[in-house]
Design a protein around this ligand. Structure first.
Ligand code: FAD
Ligand code: NAD
Length: 468
């Protein structure tokens, strides 16, 4: 039987990063992954194959299309008769995915990680380690890392079909639907809803909760919702979806809104109502791997499960279902297995939503800080007063810095506006170092850049922003 120091089950951002880091640290590592694309094994998990990467590729294509159609004129650029070739757009997205998934395979080779395609299953403890069924062959591993990720949550009684789709289907719709329904105004709902709206679909988003993006700072979600509505996304809140039916040529959705029953008909329906941990096929029950009441693998502060030698990371253990959180857990665990002190700072994990305007935040919202009993002060700076944003012709949004009024330490940074997906990194770094609003305000920022809005928001905490 082949034996390894570390066997990773799942080759998504959590698993492949853990495998590479463990190999760098001198372990003999294998990774078994079951993901298939076009009939072949494809590394990178949900994120690279059917998540982060393809969705951002489509967001970029559709944003360029919208720019050419509606904004180029303001720059004096005249483009007549712009059209979208959906097949070509999807093919470009696929080629980006091919490059990146192939890149992980290359990194595995470079770091001497054995890559096995197929299902991985915990079989039995043996000696110091575990016997794993890796794609039908038993192997022995001293440490096992479960990184099996998550799957889209389905609505009870609703079957996926060509027209009723989750993330994978939403990324491969072959032509722009005239009417697109989306259930769930969460991250996938607004990102993929935006893609198809920009390409010409009439998009209706049905959300169960009364408000939009409750985890973001209230000022951010308010502005973002207003902008999305201006763009034509048709949101309905406090909706109860009663019935979904694929008629063979359309999808009929009946829902209740303000005590009225509404019958709607769409060409396609994206169901994006969250994700659930994926443990099917892992043999969890047979070996007694402890799961919590929602099906997440239970771990302690060092990613250890209830089974000696078995660890878990990424979406399958819950918390923020984000690729960078999963990756950092992979690094931290590999380092801990090597006797080092890798750790993840869960207080500074950035959230980014890649819409227009983009949304990004890290740390506590103003309300959450107040709820913790902290004495809070905050400063806000609008992109409308930022020279670079004016140059871009994109002045929507602002940066908001929330600080502790007693110590001046930054508690959270919240942004909505152009390129904030990149600007948030600076906030994460300063929070990681326990920096203050004063530290950020006194750091020289290049002019003219969007990042000056971050500095000015920090200055605004003490009411001394210069340009607003
Ligand atoms: P996964 O990526 O799900 O990987 C798990 C892997 O394990 C899969 O390949 C699966 O096939 C395999 N597997 C499962 N069971 C077994 C088994 N028994 N044996 C062998 N293999 C198995 N996050 C961001 O940070 N930024 C984004 O922009 C972003 N965009 C997203 C867009 C969409 C449409 C979706 C759906 C998600 C997005 N996410 C984003 C979330 C991100 O994809 C996940 O948080 C991330 O992929 C989690 O990584 P993971 O390794 O834990 O799990
Ligand atoms: P989500 O949790 O972001 O949003 C789901 C939404 O569906 C919520 O607003 C919820 O109230 C609503 N909902 C739930 N049940 C409903 C019902 N029966 N009827 C109507 N609305 C209902 O989940 P998602 O959009 O499916 O995305 C899953 C996860 O993937 C995200 O939470 C995130 O972790 C990850 N993701 C991240 C990014 C990013 O980082 N940019 C992008 C896409 C996905």
């Amino acid at each position: 039987m082949d034996s390894y120091d570390v066997m990773v089950i799942g080759g998504g951002p959590a698993g492949y990063v853990a495998a590479i880091r463990a190999a760098q640290l001198g372990f003999k590592v294998a990774c078994v992954d079951a993901f298939e694309r076009n009939g072949k094994g494809s590394l990178g998990g949900t994120c690279l194959n059917v998540g982060c990467i393809p969705s951002k590729a489509l967001l970029d294509s559709s944003e360029k299309f919208e720019m050419i159609q509606h904004e180029a004129q303001e720059h004096g650029i005249v483009v007549d008769g712009a059209k979208i070739d959906v097949a070509k757009m999807l093919a470009r997205k696929d080629s980006v995915v091919d490059k990146l998934t192939g890149g992980v395979a290359f990194l595995f080779k470079k770091n001497k990680v054995t890559s096995i395609f197929g299902l991985g299953k915990l079989v039995r403890p043996e000696g110091e380690g575990w016997v794993i069924d890796a794609a039908g062959t038993e192997v022995l591993a001293k440490h096992v890392i479960v990184a099996t990720g998550s799957s889209p949550r389905a609505l009870p009684g609703v079957q996926w079909s060509e027209r009723i789709v989750e993330n994978t289907g939403a990324l491969t719709i072959p032509e722009v639907p005239q009417k697109l329904g989306v259930i769930g105004a969460g991250v996938i709902g607004v990102e993929l809803g935006s893609v198809w709206r920009r390409l010409g679909a009439q998009v209706t988003i049905l959300e169960a909760l009364p408000g939009f993006l409750a985890t973001a700072d209230a000022a951010v979600s308010k502005l973002a919702l207003r902008e999305f509505q201006k763009q034509g996304l048709d949101f309905h809140f406090s909706v109860k979806v009663e019935k979904i039916e694929d008629t063979g040529s359309s999808v009929k959705v009946s829902y209740t809104e303000k005590e009225q029953t509404v019958e709607a008909e769409f060409d396609r329906l994206i169901v994006s109502v969250g994700r659930v941990p994926h443990t099917a096929g892992l043999g969890a029950e047979a070996v007694g791997l402890a799961l919590d009441e929602r099906g997440f693998v239970k771990v302690d502060g060092h990613f250890a499960t209830n089974l000696k030698g078995v660890y878990a990371i990424g979406d399958v253990i819950g918390g923020a279902m984000l690729a960078h959180k999963a990756e950092d857990e992979g690094v931290a665990l590999a380092e801990q297995l090597a006797g080092q002190s890798g750790h993840v700072n869960y207080d500074t994990i950035p959230w980014v939503i890649y819409t227009t305007p983009e949304i990004a935040w890290a740390g506590l919202t103003e309300q959450a800080a107040k709820d913790r009993g902290l004495n809070v002060k905050s400063g806000q700076f609008p992109f409308s007063a930022n020279g670079r944003a004016l140059g871009h012709n994109d002045t929507r949004g602002f940066v908001k810095v929330v600080a502790d009024a007693d110590t001046d330490r930054i508690l959270g940074v919240h942004m909505v506006g152009p390129n904030v997906s990149e600007l948030i990194a600076e906030a994460v770094v300063i929070m990681e170092f326990g920096g203050s609003a004063e530290d950020l305000a006194r750091t020289v920022h290049a002019h003219p850049t969007l990042s000056e809005a971050v500095k000015e928001a920090a200055m605004a905490v003490d009411k001394r922003a210069i340009h607003a």
